[in-house]
Write a protein that binds this ligand. Sequence first.
Ligand SMILES: Nc1ncnc2c1ncn2[C@@H]1O[C@H](COP(=O)(O)OP(=O)(O)O)[C@@H](O)[C@H]1O
Ligand SMILES: [Mg+2]
Length: 322
Amino acid sequence: VQAILTQATLPDVSDMARLTSPLEALFELEGKHVVVSAAPIRLPSGETAGFVALFRDVTREVQAESAKREFIATISHELRTPLTAILGYSEALYGGMVGPLMPTQSTFVRIIHDNARRLVAIANNLIAMAEAEQGRLRLNYIPTDPALIAAEVVESFIPRMKERQLEWRLEMEDDLPLAEVDPIRIRQVLTNLVSNAVKFTYPGGRITVGVATVREPGGGPPQYVRIWVQDTGIGIPLEEQPCIWERFYRSENPLRAEAGGLGLGLSIVRTLVEAHGGRVWLDSAPGKGSTFTILLPLRRPTSLLPHTDEDVYPTIEQAIGL
Ligand SMILES: Nc1ncnc2c1ncn2[C@@H]1O[C@H](COP(=O)(O)OP(=O)(O)O)[C@@H](O)[C@H]1O
Ligand SMILES: [Mg+2]
């Protein structure tokens, strides 16, 4: 055992005789993944008489997990290609590129287009989840007009908002500066937020998307851009608010079955916003509606704050006095 552990170069377990508390570790040895669980055997005198160690070969589990991720990533990419063709051709039809359509035809084409877009959004979320899990999430920072993205995302939901008899509104600050962000990811973030707002708001409600800059309290040039998606929908009870960011979490609510969804949207919103060095939060009350706000640095962050520590982020909000 000693020899195996030494070979596995696990300095902290290589001298197991000195083990004072139970230990569990995963290591690779000769191409195999092994979990070791070890604990000291204590004599009543307090002396350590030895240890028990259990070795479990988890190679198959580890391989299955990585095959599953690979599968999700591949299938999502494969889905996106034909969907892009469906989107392109239905846009061409709807736009009258091959001649005028009868009203019913154009309604049907629009339904095809809208649903293809929903599938693309699902595929994009699965791809982002797989990338984040594999640590392969790379951002492509480009000077971007956040108001333009917000307006385009809202526009893409107009058919669905009309169908659900929702009103919508844009609140954009004038002369917004460009933000150094990954425009594709920010579009995905806003798509997920607006999609939720539309799903969880009853007919007659209203959705507002706003964009504004944020300065440090001392003045100076703006440091952040704030984007909010507000709805007058069902709201989220306080006790559920921490859970909604978890993967596959969908809260119990009257619209849940009707609305559909995988419960991935918000976990991806958080992952993508934090990858930008930003922050996202929620204000919501049942029956009143919800406001999701994201705060993004206007400049690409040179070094990211570690986001494992829960209370790193409130300091950003405090810093800008929100
Ligand atoms: N705007 C909103 N209003 C009310 N509830 C919301 C809103 N956005 C998200 N939620 C709640 O959070 C859950 C998780 O959202 P999300 O991760 O986007 O998953 P999905 O949209 O697939 O259900 C939703 O199922 C819903 O219960
Ligand atoms: Mg969603």
